[in-house]
Design a protein around this ligand. Sequence first.
Ligand code: SF4
Ligand code: URA
Length: 188
Amino acid sequence: MKKLEEKIKSCKKCPLGMLRTNAVPGNGSYDAKIMFVGEAPGYWEDQKGLPFVGRAGKVLDELLAEIGLKRENVYITNIVKCRPPNNRDPSEDEIKACSPYLDRQIDIIRPKIIVPLGRHSMSYILKKFGFEVEPISKIHGRTFEARTLFGKIIIMPMYHPAVALYKPQLKEELRKDFKKLREILDNV
Ligand code: SF4
Ligand code: URA
């Protein structure tokens, strides 16, 4: 993983590599049972080289704390490892260039549970494991069981924590989904 992280830090496979301050490979435990996969680094992530350290990160920390988890118990990363200008959505080409890194991270960590945060991440992860993509409003908090060479992975898409900043009712949905995540975690 360390080698992979070094490779990501110097990657220039897509144009975002020219625009970033720091690439954000991911952080947390390499033995984590849960992987959280966000979308792409924002301003603070780009400044610090760490995932979810801005306002959305505060929400994520709060949700983790509510179910008794710390960052060092989980692994947190994004589908795209460099910040898109003005925080625009990552393009299809950027996702295509960058996602092999995420695929490799999943193979190394072998998580029991993957939580895609937001619709881009949900869409990538569900397609990767052969599931049909549906609107996040419909499938957040639902579980999908993927079979892999190293066993079963439970996929549980959730809203992106950034939505909780401007839609309080979605924060409640996130809270409920996290409670459900706690129950699943206790049984894997
Ligand atoms: Fe490389 Fe991904 Fe950064 Fe593009 S976004 S330069 S593919 S690490
Ligand atoms: N939003 C994301 O999707 N990822 C981060 O790392 C920060 C904000």
